[in-house]
Ligand binder design. Sequence first.
Ligand code: COA
Length: 391
Amino acid sequence: MLDLRKSVQTDLHFIPHSLHIHMDKRRTLIHKIAPEKGYHERENSIFKPRKYFIKTHDLCRMTQKISAAITAVSGYVPEDILSNGDLEKMVDTNDEWIRTRTGISERRILKGLNKATSDLCVPAVLSLCEKRGILPSEIDCIIVGTVTPDMLFPSTANLVCEKTGAANAWGFDLLAACSGFLYSLTTGASLIESGRYKKVVVVGADKMSSIVDYSDRSTCIIFGDGAGAVLLEPNFDGLGVLDSILRSDGSGKAHLHMKSGGSLSPATIESVARKEHFIYQEGQPVFKFAVTRMADVSEELLKRNNLTGDDIAFLVPHQANKRIIDATANRIGLSDEKVMVNIQRYGNTTAGTIPLCLSDWEDQLKNGDLLVLAAFGGGFTWGATLVKWGC
Ligand code: COA
C-alpha cells in the first residue's frame, strides 16, 4: 500500500519511478495527473521521465495521508485596557509616536493577584471545546507556546489540563518567543499526522505585562497580554497545515532576551535590582532582522509550494510592528485587505498574536482558503506556515 507520508514535504511532488503504488491508486493517480493520455502512455511518461507533479491535497485524497485540519479557533484577551494615553502618564512618550512607529493604540493587561498565563489559556481552551461541541476530556494533548509560563515547572500546559478538566490529555510548553505559536502548530500537526492523536489543542499565550519594565519606554509601548487557541484534528482531504518552514539563530540572543531567572543567572536580590527579569530589547537590530527574515521565509514558502500572492486569501502575520507586517505583505504581493492586522487593539501578545488574528477573522474565512502564517521572535526564531482553511 502506498505510504507517501514521509516524502510529503512540499505542496508539489515528483511521482518517482520507484514508487510502489497499489494498482488501483496508481491508476487513479495517473489518470488524475495526465488525463489526456492513454493508460500505458501515461504510465510511461509519468513513471519514467519523472516529469509530472501533483498537488499535496490531491496526493492526500488519493493516498489517505492524514493532515492536521484546524477544526476550531478561539481567542481570549483580558478586560483591562492600557491605552497610549495611559502610557503617556507613565513614561516620556506620546500617542502619535507610538501609533506611527508601531501601529499600536492600546493593549490588554491581565490584572489581579494570582493571575497568570494559564488564566489566559483556560477561557480560550474552554471556548474552543464549546465551539466544536466536545468535552475537554476528549482532548489528547495540549501544547502551550509561551515565554511567560506560570512557573518554570510544572508546565503551563500541565496546569491548563488540570484547570480545564482535560483529564485524559498530556501536554507541554514550547518556548520560541513570538514564533511560539508557529513552532507549536507545526509540532501539534506532526502529532496528528503521525496517526496517534485525534485531538490536539495548540495555544499561543503570553502575559507579557509580567516581564515588561513599565519605566522603559522603548519596550512598554509594544507588548500586551492575550491568548489564542486552535483545535487540530485528522483530515483526509488535504485541509489544514500543509507546509512549514521554521528557522532559528541563537546569535540573536544579544539583541532580545531576559537576562536573569534561568540557570545561567538565577534570581538574586542584585539581579532584581538591576532589572534583569524584564525584557531587554535593542529595537533597531530586531526590527531589521524581523523585516528581512519574515518576508524571506514567507516568500520561500510560497515558492516551494508553487504559489503566488494571488493564490493566498490572507497573510496572518505576527503582530510585532505594523511596519514589519507591511514589509512582509509587500514582498509576497498582498494588498492591505488580504492582511490580518489587529495590532492597534492588542499590541504584541507574543505567542498569542497569530491565533488571536485567526479568531478575529474567523467569520471571513472560507473553506479552501489558503493562509500564510508568518512570525519572527526572540532567539532569533522565525518561520512561515501554509494552511488550507476548513474541516
Ligand atoms: N516614545 C517616544 N520616543 C521614543 C520611544 C517612545 N516610546 N521609544 C524610543 N523613542 C525615541 C528614541 O529614544 C529615539 O530618540 P533619539 O532619536 O532622540 O535617540 C527615537 O525615538 C528613535 O528610536 P528608535 O529606537 O530608532 O525607534 P524605532 O523607529 O526603531 O522604533 C521600536 C522603536 C522599538 C518601535 C522598533 O525598533 C521596533 O518595533 N523594533 C522591533 C521590535 C519587535 O518587533 N520586537 C518584538 C520581537 S517579535
